[in-house]
Design a binder for this molecule. Structure first.
Ligand SMILES: [Zn+2]
Length: 177
């Protein structure tokens, strides 16, 4: 670490103490004698994602956030919800203590959380992630959600949004023709 004042490359440590998850060092530049502080922290081990074609890619939280934001676009979710989901997933992934994790495991973690959070976001993510081959498969997924809803007796207001959104889209298309 170069001196922030004169850019000289050497300094001596005049004080060193443990703080939270690292070490704080008070340093003095050997040239200009200005003092500055450095922190040393343990870098978490890299986590690699095994993609469907077996290629490895370093886990990228930004990418996860992009996917989540896309799925949750214009959904009525409280601010910070998406970041919280990404943080949770990241913590769970590192908590597994593995060097490599199949992308499907991450996908399932996302699905699991979105299902509890917002059905539209869940279906959007599922339609990309599971690449629903045709509408029949998608309908099956929706039907299974309706089943879940009925069983757990939660409000079905979220689900009613989908058919009406589709209807509206269909109507708009028809009008255009
Ligand atoms: Zn200096």
């Amino acid at each position: 670490m170069n001196c922030p004042y004169c850019d000289y490359q050497d300094s001596k440590v005049i004080d060193s103490r443990d703080v939270n998850d690292g070490i704080r060092r008070r340093r003095e530049c050997l040239k200009c004698e200005e003092r500055f502080t450095t922190y040393e922290r343990l870098q978490p081990a890299s986590l690699f994602v095994i993609k469907k074609d077996e290629r490895r890619e370093e886990f990228n939280k930004e990418k996860l956030l992009t996917g989540l934001h896309k799925a949750c676009e214009k959904r009525p979710l409280p601010t910070g919800t998406i970041d919280k989901v990404a943080d949770d997933i990241e913590a769970e992934l590192y908590g597994l203590g593995k060097a490599e994790i199949p992308s499907t495991v991450i996908g399932d973690m996302v699905m699991e959380r979105l299902k509890k959070l917002d059905y539209i976001a869940y279906l959007r993510f599922a339609s990309v992630y599971r690449q629903f081959a045709d509408i029949t498969v998608l309908k099956k997924e929706i039907d299974s959600l309706v089943g879940d809803e009925t069983k757990s007796a939660i409000s079905t207001s979220q689900l009613s949004l989908l058919p009406s959104e589709e209807l509206a889209a269909g109507r708009r298309q028809r009008v255009r023709k």
